[in-house]
Design a protein around this ligand. Structure first.
Ligand code: AMP
Length: 217
């Protein structure tokens, strides 16, 4: 992957998009933009956006396109995106994908690649229900597959680990349904544009990382 690359990570919740986006950010100068992280911060800070978004997130539904598209357009204008970006969790609908194309076109840019990370639904439920996030630095863990050294505490910063509300089992099935209905059609959308590359998202984080880097060529 060349510096300055513009990449979309596509895949169901729990496919490992966040983990791989962080690896790409560290390895290449491509800024991770996670719309989920931006929304959760807005909810925690009770901003007007956060107040509008919180109920959708809690139920595992998508936040309306009109709220998310302007947010991403503004974020992509920031200086740290000039050296490239990895979009993690956006676009999630065809309307969002079309808007992204328009946003980039205005600045004479285009996507380089859309990487689809494929993981069977059964494994996703296991991954999401055991996922824990650090309150301090956002590092990701899994209670079985990747536990912290001390239970409930981040190895890196010592922060407290928590379970996202929407990672509870009752919400996970709704998120997967929403993904199949609204987001999965993006694979054909990007395949038709010659941008789609698919990788197997099952296995160790490091092995998947190698597949990601290879696919980005
Ligand atoms: P994530 O962390 O990417 O799994 O996102 C968590 C939640 O934030 C999703 O279940 C949605 O409710 C909301 N969300 C994140 N990104 C988007 C998006 N691009 N469009 C609509 N809703 C989103």
């Amino acid at each position: 992957m060349a510096a300055g690359a513009r990449v979309v990570l596509l895949g169901p919740p729990g496919a490992g998009k966040g983990t791989q986006a962080k690896l790409l950010q560290d390895r290449f100068a491509a800024r991770q933009i996670s719309t989920g992280d931006i929304l959760r911060k807005a909810v925690a800070e009770q901003t007007p956006l956060g107040k509008q978004a919180s109920e959708y997130i809690r139920r595992g539904e998508l936040v309306p396109d009109r709220l998310i598209i302007d947010l991403v357009a503004d974020r992509l204008k920031e200086k740290d995106c000039e050296t490239g970006f990895v979009l993690d969790g956006f676009p999630r609908t065809i309307a969002q994908a079309q808007s992204l194309e328009e946003i980039l076109k205005k600045t004479g840019l285009a996507l380089d690649c859309v990487l689809s990370v494929q993981v069977p639904h059964k494994l996703i439920v296991e991954r999401l229900s055991g996922r824990r996030t650090c309150k301090g630095c956002g590092a990701l863990y899994h209670v079985v597959f990747d536990p912290p050294k001390a239970a409930g505490i981040c190895n890196g910063c010592g922060g407290e680990l928590f379970q996202r509300d929407d990672d509870r089992e009752e919400t996970i099935s709704n998120r997967l349904r929403v993904y199949d209905n609204q987001t999965a059609p993006l694979a054909s959308y990007y395949r038709e544009r010659g941008l789609l590359r698919e990788i197997d998202g099952v296995g160790e984080v490091e092995a998947i990382g190698k597949r990601v880097v290879r696919a980005l060529g």
